[in-house]
Design a protein around this ligand. Structure first.
Ligand SMILES: [Fe+2]
Length: 125
């Protein structure tokens, strides 16, 4: 059973961005699973880099969309994305320090943040 599961209520009704959010959950789930693997050091580090790259890609797409539709609360939204990016850097540092339990906690924290962000912020645009 994956840690995070997509539900219809997470849909922002824009196919591309829904797809991005699903992909986010996939990466977070795979990352969490990797924490229990024997060769976790290699795979966790690799997936965190993938998560960082995907976050940048997704936020740019979402921010461009908000500009395109003239969304009024964009600066607040960008601030929330910044917070996520900072948390992600924390995750990278923690995983480099081989603190497995803290890494798992941070993955749960990031996933929970993401779902809440989709429901409360993303659905407004
Ligand atoms: Fe967002």
């Amino acid at each position: 059973m994956p840690l995070f599961n997509w539900k219809e209520e997470y849909s922002v009704h824009i196919e591309e961005l829904d797809h991005h959010h699903k992909k986010f959950m996939d990466i977070l789930n795979a990352l969490y699973d990797d924490c229990f693997e024997r060769d976790k050091d290699l795979s966790v580090g690799h997936k965190i880099d993938e998560l960082i790259a995907y976050t940048k890609y997704h936020f740019v797409a979402e921010e461009n969309f908000m500009r395109y539709v003239g969304y009024g609360q964009i600066s607040d939204h960008l601030e929330k994305h910044e917070q996520f990016a900072r948390k992600l850097m924390e995750l990278k540092q923690t995983s480099n320090g081989n603190q497995l339990e803290l890494t798992q906690e941070l993955i749960i924290c990031l996933g929970t943040w993401l779902l809440q962000h989709i429901l409360e912020e993303d659905k407004r645009y």
